[in-house]
Design a protein around this ligand. Structure first.
Ligand SMILES: Cc1ncc(COP(=O)(O)O)c(C=O)c1O
Length: 464
């Protein structure tokens, strides 16, 4: 593609994106399609000859778009809602144009140094003390795997030298994200050595239970080595008591990883700093700007206070990757599994500069206050119950009726196409989740969501 052609299609694409982001409310959130529908519409083999851009863009609009779920819709309230901010989209285009691979300082000085600077800004915004070393990974799940690998390096260095691995055991609450267990299995820890610690009535890990299980395991000759605390669990956004868990971790020599993938961003607003209370006792921490810091996928920040351990776990550089700057520069490949690294810091930097800390804090404050407003409406209505405290921007609720009625209500809301909620099963009961977290969401969107929920409740057949 020559420059003129690029300019022409570039303008067309940017115009399309501008309209899309401005009018995303007009799209159905969930496409009306069935599995396999898109595959059937696409050729079984790639083209022998190149095709014109017009045809490719036509198919993007005619085939790809109708098969897309619109996460950018301000009433996408499922899972944790996210934001493909315009600033982030532009930064992604620039990063793609530079196409730098940030494996080494030399291979991407700008990428390497901007990552260090933005992550130090973010550290300050989160109220973390100096001493945390950060890097950007694609997801929180991969962050958990890095925490696990570093923790194993610290606890069982002999395994790498060929000694019989220690019988390592992992601890996380019943409400922890499945990525902790997945990380353990991927790291070669026996799945039967992953302990799910009970939670209290507010879905927070019970430290006394953690200690009891650690002691039992240690008495049986196992080697407790890793505990994950969650600040903002996926199901209900509960916040584990990090400080007390950290004290136990210190007493028994465990690595404490804090999964604050969603909840961590709230600490940008001073009044929500409590989400990370006790984090100074942790060895690693994940906060994902792709979740609640308005940065497009993918961008998950992994911080550790044990930089040298992480480096020991991941340094394995062949000669052809050695450079003259190695003693003076950070080479991110030495701290993570991937060698090739995208220039993800650029979009975070754009976002942080455009919104400023106050701008981010304001959005977060609004989201939390609207979630609390929605919970209040539900309580006052009387037909709904709030099943977990609303500390952040997630409301977990049930219609006061059978599971079947809740499933019907949930389906009716999502079938409307202009609100999307997700679900879970808690204490054996079907629960509906409404997560507020998109930068474009307004109070009116939350009111519309509440109206849709009430309409769905009214359309339910009588109980029986
Ligand atoms: C608390 C928490 N941790 C980890 C994850 C996994 O995130 P990722 O998709 O970035 O791997 C999620 C996903 O929603 C989450 O809610």
């Amino acid at each position: 593609m020559d420059a003129e052609e690029f300019r022409r299609f570039g303008h067309e694409v940017i115009d399309w994106i501008a309209d899309y982001l401005a009018n995303v409310r007009d799209y159905r959130i969930l496409p009306k399609i069935a599995p396999g529908d898109l595959v059937k519409k696409l050729p079984a083999s790639g083209p022998e000859q190149g095709e014109p851009m017009e045809a490719i863009l036509r198919d993007f609009r005619g085939l790809i778009l109708p098969a897309s779920t619109h996460w950018n819709h301000p009433r996408f309230c499922g899972y944790f809602s996210i934001t493909g901010s315009a600033e982030g989209v532009l930064a992604e285009a620039l990063a793609a144009a530079l196409n730098m691979n940030g494996m080494l300082w030399q291979s991407s000085p700008a990428g390497t140094e901007l990552e260090q600077v933005t992550l130090d800004w973010l550290r300050q915004w989160l109220g973390l003390k100096p001493g945390w070393f950060g890097l950007i990974l694609d997801t929180a799940s991969v962050g958990a795997l890095h925490a696990m690998a570093a923790a194993r390096e610290a606890a069982d260095p002999g395994a790498r030298a060929g000694q019989t691995p220690l019988p390592l055991t992992v601890y996380a609450s019943e409400q922890a994200h499945s990525s902790i267990e997945k990380a353990a299995v991927t790291a070669g820890i026996a799945q039967t050595h992953v302990r799910k610690i009970p939670v209290d009535a507010e879905f927070q890990m019970i430290p006394e239970e953690l200690e009891r299980v650690i002691e039992r395991d240690a008495a049986e000759g196992l080697r407790p080595f890793f505990v994950a605390a969650t600040a903002g669990t996926t199901s209900v956004a509960s916040i584990d008591p990090i400080g007390p868990i950290g004290e136990i971790a210190a007493r028994y020599g465990l690595w404490l990883h804090v999964d604050a993938a969603y909840g961590g961003s709230a600490a940008v607003a001073e009044e929500f700093r409590f989400v990370l209370d006790g984090v100074e006792t942790a060895h690693s921490l994940v906060v994902s700007p792709q979740k609640w810091l308005f940065t497009p996928m993918d961008c998950s920040v992994f911080y550790t206070r044990r930089r040298e351990v992480l480096r020991r776990a991941f340094t394995l550089a062949p000669e052809y990757l050695r450079t003259d700057e190695d003693s003076r520069a950070v080479n991110f490949m030495d701290y993570c599994l991937p060698l090739g690294r995208r220039f993800r810091a650029l979009k975070l930097w754009f976002l942080m500069r455009r919104l400023g800390r106050e701008g981010v804090a304001e959005l977060i404050r609004n989201h939390v206050s609207w979630a609390k407003w929605l919970a209040r409406q539900m309580k006052e209505d009387g037909r709904f119950e709030i099943v977990a405290p609303v500390r952040l921007s997630l409301v977990c609720f049930r219609y006061r009726g059978s599971d079947e009625q809740n499933r019907r209500l949930f389906k009716a809301v999502n079938d409307s196409g202009d609100v999307f909620l997700s679900h879970n099963v808690l204490n054996g009961r079907f629960v509906i989740r409404c997560a507020i977290g998109n930068a474009k969401t307004t109070k009116e969107d939350v009111e519309t969501t509440w109206r849709r929920i009430r309409e769905a409740a009214e359309s339910l057949p009588a109980r029986g």
